[in-house]
Design a protein around this ligand. Sequence first.
Ligand code: CA
Ligand code: ZN
Length: 295
Amino acid sequence: MKLSSDHVVNTFCKENKPALRVEAPATITVSTLDCYSNMLRQVGTEDTIIPSELINPATGPIYIENAMPGDTLKITINKIEIDSMGVVSCGDDCGPLAKHIKGHHLERIHISDGKADFLDKFQLQLHKMIGVIGVAPAEGSLRNSYPGRHGGNMDTNMITEGTTLYLPVFVEGALLAMGDVHALMGDGEVGGSGLEIPADITVSVEVISEKSYDFPIAEDDNNFCFIATAPTLDEASEKAVDTALEFLKTRLSLETHEIIMLMSLVGNLQISQIVDPEMTVRFTFPKKYLDTPYF
Ligand code: CA
Ligand code: ZN
């Protein structure tokens, strides 16, 4: 099944009209625009002011017929196929380094043989990832630039090929949407942008009934990763370890203080991004220590 990038939304909201309806389990290929709605790709478009509603378009939403509030949506990222050119930008209005520059700057970056050619000087290793992926919140409408419990603009490097993302379902049909693929991005996204690029994302979607942790969890071959967002890094960090502890209590036959010690010894608290309207961090814990090393 395919969904073209003609169907984009700029909010996660239960009122958004479904672009596609599928019965899970299903495998879907979703075409995505870059986070600037592909408006900065042509030479001469550098100074284009992009209206805020065209920033971070997400393709969808996809209505998952059997997903109900309280379920978990299991999204396995099978493949991210990127275009051969993307853009990176920075400006005096975004992020902690904004004070060092004036105006907006943009570089177009060509990709070949699995490397991104930056300034004809550096051949950068790709790390393809999805910046925006989420479901509709229970109430109201969240702009795509916001990360949160529903997913959204998490800009988390671990959301990559081979990773499985678990999102809580808040509304009937879940209303899954995604976009803002990066060919690579460093942790923190400190300059305000990754290598922003159009892509085709192939995901397999399943519904896990009545098993919801109320926050996004990512899983790869080796780790579970608990993703948390809050207005400050301190609050996000506390939330990430709180949610990790909640999950680990169900997977380890240990006393709470013993789990905390183990988290301290083998878990890693990492910064996902510090440039979106709220901060996102993740706590990564190796699966090999769990009694049940699967979701
Ligand atoms: Ca983003
Ligand atoms: Zn992006």
